[in-house]
Design a protein around this ligand. Structure first.
Ligand code: ZN
Length: 152
């Protein structure tokens, strides 16, 4: 795992809510422009890991520090030495769980996770192979147009 700020490889890390400050885009671009959307995305605090050296630099009253000529902000809840320690194994488990969560919230591959429905009897028992294939294609097309299943 690597430090969010300096990129250094770490055996143990601090898990923090952090953001990297980026310059405010020109106001003339408008709030819905790609530049402003990217700006808001970058300026939202997110969970990540940092090394102890960077953590100590940022863990001050304002929660800000310049590291590798970039400005980083630590969220209030991650200041005052309250950030959790993570081992490499805990980090891997967390990333995996996090990826699962995002995946289940409906990533682009969502449809692949849906169980294949049992073949309806009308198709299964169709003796004519060509007709069977046509019915099966119809079922597939229906499945593709169906809305993703909700929850769980
Ligand atoms: Zn670092």
């Amino acid at each position: 795992m690597n430090c969010f700020c300096c990129g250094q490889e770490m055996a143990k890390a601090r898990k923090v809510k952090i953001r990297r400050c980026v310059p405010f885009p020109s106001a003339s671009l408008g709030p819905n422009s790609a530049a402003h959307v990217a700006y808001r995305e970058a300026m939202t605090y997110k969970w990540d890991v940092v090394c102890q050296t960077c953590y100590e630099l940022m863990d001050n009253v304002v929660g800000a520090a310049d590291i590798a000529s970039k400005e980083f902000h630590l969220a209030g809840s991650s200041r005052r030495n309250r950030a959790r320690w993570l081992t490499k194994q805990q980090y891997d488990e967390w990333r995996l769980k996090d990826a699962d969560k995002r995946f289940l919230q409906g990533g682009p591959l969502m449809g692949w996770l849906q169980p294949i429905p049992e073949l309806p009897a009308i198709i299964r028992d169709e003796p004519d192979a060509a007709r069977k294939q046509a019915l099966f294609d119809e079922l597939l097309a229906e499945g593709r147009n169906a809305k993703p299943m909700a929850g769980k």
